[in-house]
Design a protein around this ligand. Sequence first.
Ligand code: ZN
Ligand code: ZN
Ligand code: FE
Length: 753
Amino acid sequence: MKKIRHKISITGIVQGVGFRPFIYRTAIKHNITGFVKNTKEGVLVEAEGENVLSFIKHIISEPPSISEIIKYKTEEIQIKNSKSFDILESENGDISDVLISPDITICNNCRAELIDPENRRYLYPFINCTDCGPRFTIIKSLPYDRPYTCMNVFAMCDTCKNEYTDPENRRYHAQPISCYNCGPELFFYDNNMNKIEGDHIKNAADKIRDGSIISIKGIGGYHLSCRADDDNIVKRLRDIKKRINKPFALMAPLKLIEEHCHISQEEIKALKSAHSPIILLKKKKKTGLSEMVAPGMNYLGFMIPYTPIHVLLFRFINFPLIMTSANQSEEPIIFKDEFSKLSRLSDYILTNNRSILSFCDDSVGKIFNKNIYLFRRSRGYIPYPIKLNVKTEKNILGLGGMQKTTFSMLNRDRVFLSQYIGWTDNPATITREKEAINHYMNIFSIKPDIVVIDKHPNYPNRIIAEDFKNVEIFELQHHRAHIISLLAEKSETDTVIGVAMDGTGYGDDGQIWGGEFFTGDFKNLVRIAHLKYTFLPTGDRAIKEAWRYSISILHEIFGASDKTQSFAEMFGNPGKIISQIVNNKQNGVLTSSCGRLFDTVTSLLEISHVNTYTGELPSLLQSYAENFIWKNNIVKNTYNYKIFKEKEMYILDMLPAIADVIEDSSSLEKRAYVFHRTLSESITEMCCIIREESSINKTYLSGGVFQNTLLLYLVKELLEKENFEVYFHSLIPANDGGISLGQVYAIAGKFIK
Ligand code: ZN
Ligand code: ZN
Ligand code: FE
């Protein structure tokens, strides 16, 4: 064979993910000389030898698990007669160009070594390599090098150092490298902080088996863990966490998960991916798990053991474990060794002396349309940037909304979307967000010129924005941010129809919006249509206590009739008071929220009346509807609705549908399903009307209500039947976790370079 030389440029997720050592090892295997280096665009390789083509084939077909090759280009060039293959230093020292890898699930090689009695890291709970282990959560500052991580307190032993400096070793430059001789260790305490000696993992497993609740230090914080098959234990955890009904996440190896849930190939792939998110899986009829894990839900959220500690734990345990963030109600996850707090939440603490420098909750998603559909983008995904197709000269910080808050930092054309921060309605979470913003500013060397906040006058991101001096502040309406977050995800610059079906967002007119249709592009969206305004008595309280809103809806449909009265009477004196408020239309706001529609249908069907967590009633209604359609029932009928024009604005009136839901004598399941169908049809009809006028054919679906994958499915099918191009989220949450991305993309439109 003839010696040739190729120049290969590769872009995608190829930095900080062990890509260069991988290229090096592959080159040695194929007798290739030349070099590899990081560039601004990605990775550049020059490869010389007789096997260049098979070398390229190998790189493209089997890249490291966490990497993702988006594009590559090869070109034959002059032979240079290189003698060796080298890893060269980066092209320029601009630190802001170096990307930080997300935390990576334990890889197959490390899994094998972990249980190999011959290996020097046999059962070592902190085993990792260039392909796996903590990254983002252990970084203090850049460059990503051992002294700038929390591993700086552990001096490498000679054997580890040899592995670390040998380019042919699979631990070459693995910053968290360690072993029994030189690395972090485990500790096990009871909740009086008495040290318990012995095999710590086995001890923890024994205590869990006996019914205890254990705090376990993980990658981005502590988990609370316990059995999932005993009502009393799950109830105790709910009491401790002050969490009434919100589903708990579970952890188990794949084999165990299959006993409890139906799993598709795509779901297996997502569970086993290097991101290892929690995936919502359709639960089997009989699971053997406590119904209190996820009351009323058709899905269980499972992840697989993703750290060596988890893997070792499941050597002693053969049932699924609850693995929920260690915190109380909506407080942020505990990630420092706050033992006094942890001992109040649990009976025992399995901890270690490797610090967590950044908190990071588990990511959550579902498979929709054979693709990942994230509800929470956090551990395993962040801080990898989202690339925009516009460049700006300004650094822009978006502070998100109030629920499921994230922030976003835009620099040039890259958006660093933060980890999940949570509900910023409490001081602890606000402090958390401020700390996280400072950390991002530090590690990415970005100082914002512009801060974008939600239009809501009472959201705490106004307070956070005040901390920044000499910045320009912009406001962006909540539902525009939802749609624009999807435009950012899809790199869309065209004109579109945006459909935002959502819970709550402050509107331009001071009312509570949430069922909105827009036309325009990422720089400017014009409201064209919305769900009909209805009266939401006592504002925010009626969002939680949906029956309050139901009284208002009944009043709207039937007036002060017997129907309205007898419903109100179910709630005693408070019901009477709400009736009066509704009669006088005092003390409340108007809303076009789609989330509230779901609330009130669930309440009027008397399935449940109170949201103990955001989205509980809508999720229950979805369960009922799914239970109907999964039994292969077919329905063709829909309920009534009205579309009309009022002051240049199209109005979608769903009150006739709610009246039909009430009057329909079919099963609850069927009524829940027909409601879903009707809403999907009405959304589609509205899009058709908007297309008539605007000739726009692209529809973009966002907002928290589209977490309902049954609704999303129905809307998508109907729109496609009408020949629309339909776009929906994948890696960016449809809920408020995406708001900050929309904020920075929208304002970037004003400062395009
Ligand atoms: Zn590994
Ligand atoms: Zn060592
Ligand atoms: Fe929202």
